[in-house]
Design a protein around this ligand. Structure first.
Ligand code: NPW
Ligand code: K
Length: 511
């Protein structure tokens, strides 16, 4: 699903109005009716006080329409207009009149006003600012936002948490509503998924308001949200008349004394995701452990006991995954450099492989094009330099990926795969996966997918999604804390099956 910018959303808005021959207030009515239906279906007339805080633009207009509908259905409401500007929008004004026609008289809050009492039992509707926010809220508005946040009331934000801009980090972090729930109109917003801005969004949901499909389909975006519908078409079915050679031969190069487990995990996940053959290349000390732990994997060792030196393999691997647990000893660094120079085919580079590249940027020119780099935030920083915000991080990563023609997988709560100027935001995974070895499993999975013929970008997007899904399935039996990297591997098979599971309702309908 595409992630649109604020400007593009305004365009979609205009295009819908033009195409359907409706007025902008009709679209607002449609949007706010969705908000009302959502609330009404959950509250079912419960006598709770709903306090609506409405700005003076169209986000506030949505809030006013919602207030009118709640009032018509007998809910107990208090409407506050947050008077932060004289430039009230037409649809706000129209709906203010309609609200007054229904005998609801809002309380106008301005700089001098006392802040209204909010009980923790109230429901707050936050319709102060929407996607039109373009500068820091004034201090008194920020204080009101703080007051809402301190109330502990359930806070439902309309479209976006007020105070959160769509294209940058907030000017003042405390001047942003911390939403319990965001009902966003039709399209996901990038800020919901970035570490610095996602913290304002506890849960979110999209409400379809019937924006012009043509416009949405033909408009290119810089980011895409990756869910099951995006991943399914990438799946490459296995053929009946195939053999292990059809699915590639992966080479996993890694390990040093005390860090052989990383290679076991990567080899295991590489096999489990479907690589036809897997060979591990290790220092000698890892030989017995590897042969015992994963019998399906073939093992080659270098000449040294505790770390990797020359990397010599007597076959042409389909794809190489390299870097986990290799350390940065001088002979390992030169072996890594020589290997990069020799290999022409795309590889997956992780962990110390990335750290070596950060310390020896000269080697970057030898990284085969279309390789996949899988840094966590610290490794990324070493690679591309510091950034001042998540937005700058993404831009720098795009520039780096373009310069070397590689795919970068920025690991995190929402892992983002960067390639060719575009970011693919993953939706699976959970905090239990922030655990030792989780990254090694991902590296093995992406390698194993490339071995089977997935392109580098598809392997990264599909692998990240499947890895997260396996973690989500695993967590249902272990809970977050006890989830281990090996549990993720144990659930890769179920994750594949889950991709093709019919939702229960469909199953029932089909008898
Ligand atoms: N297609 C859709 O999805 C639909 C969207 N709809 C709704 O419209 C919402 C967007 O509405 P909006 O354009 O009127 O902007 P909104 O956020 O209400 O702000 C109001 C104005 O405030 C101003 N301003 C900005 N920053 C400021 C500041 N710090 N302090 C003071 N003032 C500030 C700025 O005006 P400026 O002063 O810059 O001229 C801005 O225009 C959207 O989120 C959704 O809820 C639906 O109704 C229908 C379908
Ligand atoms: K809002």
């Amino acid at each position: 699903m595409k992630i649109f910018s604020a400007d593009q959303i305004y365009q979609a808005d205009k295009s819908t109005i033009k195409k359907e021959g409706i007025t902008s207030d009709e679209l607002m009515e449609r949007a706010a009716t969705q908000l009302f239906d959502w609330m009404h279906s959950r509250l079912r007339g419960t006598q709770v006080t709903v306090q609506l805080f409405c700005g003076i633009g169209n986000n506030g207009g949505d809030g006013l329409v919602l207030a009118r509908k709640l009032n018509e259905h007998g809910y107990s409401i208090k409407v506050h207009v947050v008077n932060y500007s004289d430039k009230r929008s037409d649809d706000f004004l129209l709906n203010l009149e309609r609200l007054k026609d229904g005998k609801v008289w809002p309380n106008f809050i301005n700089e001098e006003s006392d802040l209204p009492d909010i009980s923790p039992n109230d429901i707050v509707v936050d319709a102060i600012f929407g996607i039109g926010l373009n500068r820091s809220p004034d201090e008194w508005v920020g204080n009101l936002i703080n007051h809402i946040n301190a109330s502990q009331a359930f806070t439902l934000s309309v479209d976006v948490p007020s105070g959160l801009p769509l294209d940058r980090v907030p000017w003042e972090p405390s001047f942003v509503v911390r939403a319990s729930y965001v009902l966003t109109f039709q399209l996901p917003k990038l800020v919901f998924f970035l570490p610095q801005t996602g913290v304002y969004v506890n849960q979110w949901e999209m409400l379809d308001i019937g924006l012009d499909r043509d416009y949405l389909n033909r408009t290119q975006t810089h980011f895409e949200l990756i869910g099951r519908p995006e991943v399914l078409p990438l799946y490459r079915p296995r053929l009946k008349f195939s053999h292990k050679g059809t699915y590639g031969h992966s080479l996993i190069v890694g390990g040093s004394y005390g860090k052989i487990g990383a290679v076991q995990l990567a080899c295991n996940s590489c096999l489990t995701v479907g690589s036809g053959l897997v060979t591990a290349f290790l220092p000698k000390c890892g030989y017995d452990a590897m042969q015992t732990a994963v019998p399906e994997v073939m093992v080659l060792t270098g000449s040294r006991d505790r770390n990797i030196s020359g990397i010599e393999v007597p076959f042409e691997p389909t794809v190489v995954g390299i870097g986990i647990g290799i350390g940065q000893d001088d002979d390992t660094v030169s072996a890594f450099g020589a290997f990069l120079k020799r290999m022409g085919t795309p590889m997956v580079i992780d962990a110390d492989g990335l750290n070596i590249l950060s310390h020896k940027p000269d080697m970057l020119k030898d990284v085969p094009e279309m390789s996949v780099l899988t840094p966590h935030p610290k490794e990324l920083e070493r690679l591309i330099g510091k950034w001042s915000s998540d937005f700058e991080k993404l831009e720098k990563a795009k520039t780096f990926a373009a310069k070397y023609n590689v795919v970068i997988v920025i690991k995190g709560a929402h892992t983002i795969t960067i390639y060719n100027g575009k970011g693919y935001v993953n939706t699976t995974g959970n905090p239990g996966m922030a655990t030792a070895g989780s990254g090694d499993v991902l590296m093995g999975m992406i390698t194993g997918l490339m071995a089977q013929g997935y392109s580098s970008v598809d392997a990264a997007i599909f692998g990240v999604y499947l890895h997260g899904l396996a973690g989500d399935l695993g967590v249902s039996t272990t809970g977050y804390e006890a989830l281990r990297a090996s549990t993720i591997i144990d659930h890769i098979g179920k994750a594949y099956a889950e991709l093709f599971r019919q939702p229960e309702m469909e199953q029932n309908e089909n008898g």
